[in-house]
Design a protein around this ligand. Structure first.
Ligand SMILES: Cc1cc2nc3c(=O)[nH]c(=O)nc-3n(C[C@H](O)[C@H](O)[C@H](O)COP(=O)(O)OP(=O)(O)OC[C@H]3O[C@@H](n4cnc5c(N)ncnc54)[C@H](O)[C@@H]3O)c2cc1C
Ligand SMILES: *[C@@H]1O[C@H](CO)[C@@H](O)[C@H](O)[C@H]1NC(C)=O
Ligand SMILES: *[C@@H]1O[C@H](CO)[C@@H](O)[C@H](O)[C@H]1NC(C)=O
Ligand SMILES: *[C@@H]1O[C@H](CO)[C@@H](O)[C@H](O)[C@H]1NC(C)=O
Ligand SMILES: *[C@@H]1O[C@H](CO)[C@@H](O)[C@H](O)[C@H]1NC(C)=O
Ligand SMILES: *[C@@H]1O[C@H](CO)[C@@H](O)[C@H](O)[C@H]1NC(C)=O
Length: 602
């Protein structure tokens, strides 16, 4: 009975759907054809994609299409005090594979990897910190004798950082070698600072860290971070770069569409367009006269390239995909890594009432002020150099506030899960979780297609976090340093103490052995993936050239965090914006200054 009525319903529904589509089909098709030949197609309206959409559509003769799998951005994501990195509907919820040496006590023995699936991509779900990384690491991307790689030396990249920068802090802006104003991306420190922000800034200063701008190639610093905010509101690359130009007639932005394949002429090795789908339905083509540009991020780019026959031959063969170009796509995966287990309790912090929080939300919506116009202790970072001879930090102590109910505080031991699960906006906290983030890990991994459902299933991420023993050693060394903050006068005179965390199964161990154990069990992936489509000059160990063109293929480029060969000992939001800026210049050079001669010469 139940089954048959279910069947009737589905049949009725499909008839209706069919009638509906017949009535609308011709019109819809007409519209699609009219819209579907573009000069450039940008796959992924994320951090880099939105910047690129702005730059390319500034040329009114160029018709630009942006295809984004997620939906439009929403004001709920804009409140600085409310972290968005757990808003599941706007995330690609991925996990690393079990490996027996890291993430051991995380659910399923694997770590979560969550990047943004929304217009603006991870710039909507990230922490908004503006750090550029270190000259030394950019300079190491250079290959002797390879002229194109000279352009990626730090001194030559500064202009691309500054191009979109609108720095709002005069003390930072004074250094005009590094900073500028007038660009699309407003960058600023939060004005709101509570008592504990002052205490931790002072405590790290007491440990010898200077309060300087971390974006000036210094090895160590205690910083009151700059964030990509404007009027105490999140500025994603969507709100900074795309929204202001959505009216352009030559720009088409489609949300809720997933690109499933790159259309390539197999003989000419020429990119012609892409196939995309709405709700995993029928696939439709869109064509590009000039170029297709991938900005889907370091994980999703791999899936799309593999599905299109671009990747390691042996890997594609497992899925019966014919290899068009044998390239190491998906190898050289790198993510920054940290560990749970270290937290400080703040002692007597007055409880905040529900009505107070509601009032604070009203205040933020009305005037963009109040506690929610801040990120609490997350505003403070300490950058630490563990080993000498480098002008760059190895670790960032990333602080996050959390609020535990008083009954939880009565426990003699707090589970790591309780310590990490955010249940209040960031500015209300009585616990400070300290995550020592390894900024340039040595471990590398790889991304491959899902075995059962290559097209839509979660890609397989073998992150290999902490595989290299140097990475584990560096994390544990940095915990030693983080613990020293407890010995400062500043912390001692407040009531801040080491939080009693339940460290099972590491509770019986002591000192270094204990922290080694904790790091292996409570590993955290930072979800800052890079490297899977790294640039270089050799198709056996890189995917794109220094001009960001895919080796061996015409009219396909990649322009996001996936092209970074290594981390740059900072985070990667500002670097990704820079890569898009630089990428736009490369396109202008080829298609405007040189009139597409690169492409015509063959
Ligand atoms: C929780 C968190 C906090 C972070 N905090 C910071 C920070 O404070 N500072 C910092 O510097 N960095 C931070 N990062 C890192 C940084 O924000 C990102 O790594 C960076 O923005 C990545 O940019 P991207 O353009 O490579 O990819 P994304 O911004 O992730 O964009 C990729 C886009 O492509 C879309 N897409 C993918 N595949 C397809 C497809 N097949 N079809 C259609 N669309 C597709 C996606 O939906 C997405 O919108 C953080 C990251 C996370 C996850
Ligand atoms: C690949 O093709 C072979 C032979 O046609 C078939 O036996 C196998 O199941 C296919 N594998 C996949 C992953 O589709
Ligand atoms: C900030 O936003 C609030 C709320 O929308 C608005 O009233 C105020 O004028 C804005 N301030 C500035 C400087 O833009
Ligand atoms: C800590 O608490 C957990 C329950 O949350 C309990 O299983 C464990 O035995 C406790 N450990 C200690 C050392 O008290
Ligand atoms: C890559 O660059 C090196 C110089 O570092 C050069 O010797 C080599 O021939 C280049 N390889 C290719 C494929 O161009
Ligand atoms: C590419 O690099 C590999 C090793 O990384 C080397 O064996 C090979 O000769 C290089 N190829 C070219 C064309 O430079």
């Amino acid at each position: 009975m139940l089954l048959s009525s279910y069947l009737i319903l589905t049949v009725l529904w499909s008839v209706r759907a069919d009638l509906f589509s017949k009535a609308t089909r011709s019109k819809a098709e007409e519209k699609d054809i009219r819209n579907s030949v573009f000069d450039f197609i940008i796959v992924g309206g994320g951090t880099a994609g939105c910047v690129l959409a702005n730059r390319l559509s500034a040329i009114s003769d160029w018709k630009v299409l942006v295809l984004e799998a997620g939906e439009e951005e929403n004001i709920d994501y804009d409140i600085p005090g409310v972290p968005t990195n757990d808003f599941r509907p706007i995330l690609w919820n991925y996990r690393t594979e079990r490996n027996g040496f890291s993430c051991l006590s995380r659910p399923g023995g694997s770590c979560e990897v969550k990047t943004g699936k929304v217009l603006g991509g991870s710039s909507v779900t990230n922490d908004m910190k503006y750090t550029r990384g270190s000259k030394k690491d950019y300079d190491a991307w250079h290959l002797n004798g390879e002229i194109g790689s000279l352009e990626w030396k730090f001194d030559n990249l500064l202009e691309h950082f500054k191009n979109s920068e609108d720095n709002g802090d005069y003390d930072v802006l004074m250094n005009s070698h590094y900073h500028s104003r007038g660009g699309e991306m407003h960058v600023q420190k939060f004005k709101y600072a509570d008592r504990y922000i002052e205490i931790f800034l002072a405590a790290f200063a007491e440990m010898g860290l200077r309060s300087v701008d971390i974006n000036t190639n210094v090895p160590e610093a205690v910083v009151n971070n700059q964030f990509t905010i404007s009027n105490n509101t999140r500025l994603s690359t969507n709100s900074a770069f795309l929204k202001p130009v959505r009216h352009r007639k030559n720009l088409v932005v489609k949300t809720g569409v997933t690109v499933t394949k790159i259309i390539i002429d197999p003989q000419e090795k020429m990119t012609e367009g892409v196939m995309y789908t709405v709700d995993k339905g029928k696939e439709q083509p869109a064509y590009a006269k000039r170029e297709v540009i991938l900005t889907g991020g370091a994980i999703n780019n791999v899936r799309l390239l593999h599905l299109s026959g671009i990747g390691p031959k042996a890997e594609l063969a497992k899925h019966n995909i014919t290899t068009l170009i044998n390239l190491p796509v998906g190898l050289n995966y790198q993510d920054q890594v940290t560990t749970g287990g270290l937290a400080f309790t703040l002692g007597e912090v007055p409880a905040v009432s529900e009505s107070q929080v509601i009032d604070d939300f009203k205040t933020w919506f009305e005037s963009r002020t109040g506690p929610l116009a801040s990120r609490g202790i997350n505003q403070v970072s300490a950058f630490i150099q563990l080993y000498e001879n480098k002008v760059a930090p190895d670790v960032e102590l990333n602080l996050i506030g959390n609020y535990l109910r008083s009954d939880k505080f009565m426990l003699t031991n707090i589970s790591i899960h309780t310590a990490e699960e955010i249940n209040m906006p960031l500015p209300y906290y009585n616990l400070v979780v300290v995550n020592p983030v390894l900024l340039k890990p040595k471990s590398t991994g790889k991304v491959t297609l899902n075995k059962r459902n290559p097209k839509f299933g979660r890609p397989v991420i073998q992150a290999n976090l902490l595989k290299e023993s140097d990475d584990l050693d560096a994390l544990v060394d940095s915990i030693d340093i983080a613990l020293q903050v407890l010995n400062t006068r500043e912390i001692k005179k407040s009531e801040i103490k080491l939080a009693p965390i339940d460290l099972f199964p590491c509770d019986r161990l002591r000192n270094r052995d204990q922290w080694n154990c904790i790091a292996r069990h409570y590993t955290k992936a930072m979800s800052n993936p890079i490297g899977t489509c790294r640039m270089g000059n050799n198709s056996s160990n890189s995917v794109v050239s220094y001009n960001l063109r895919v080796h061996g293929l015409e009219r396909l480029r990649i322009m996001d965090a996936s092209v970074m060969p290594t981390h740059v000992r900072g985070s990667i939001y500002a670097p990704t914006i820079m890569i898009a800026e630089k990428g736009a210049k490369l396109i202008f050079r080829d298609w405007q200054e040189n009139k597409g001669s690169y492409y015509n010469k063959r």
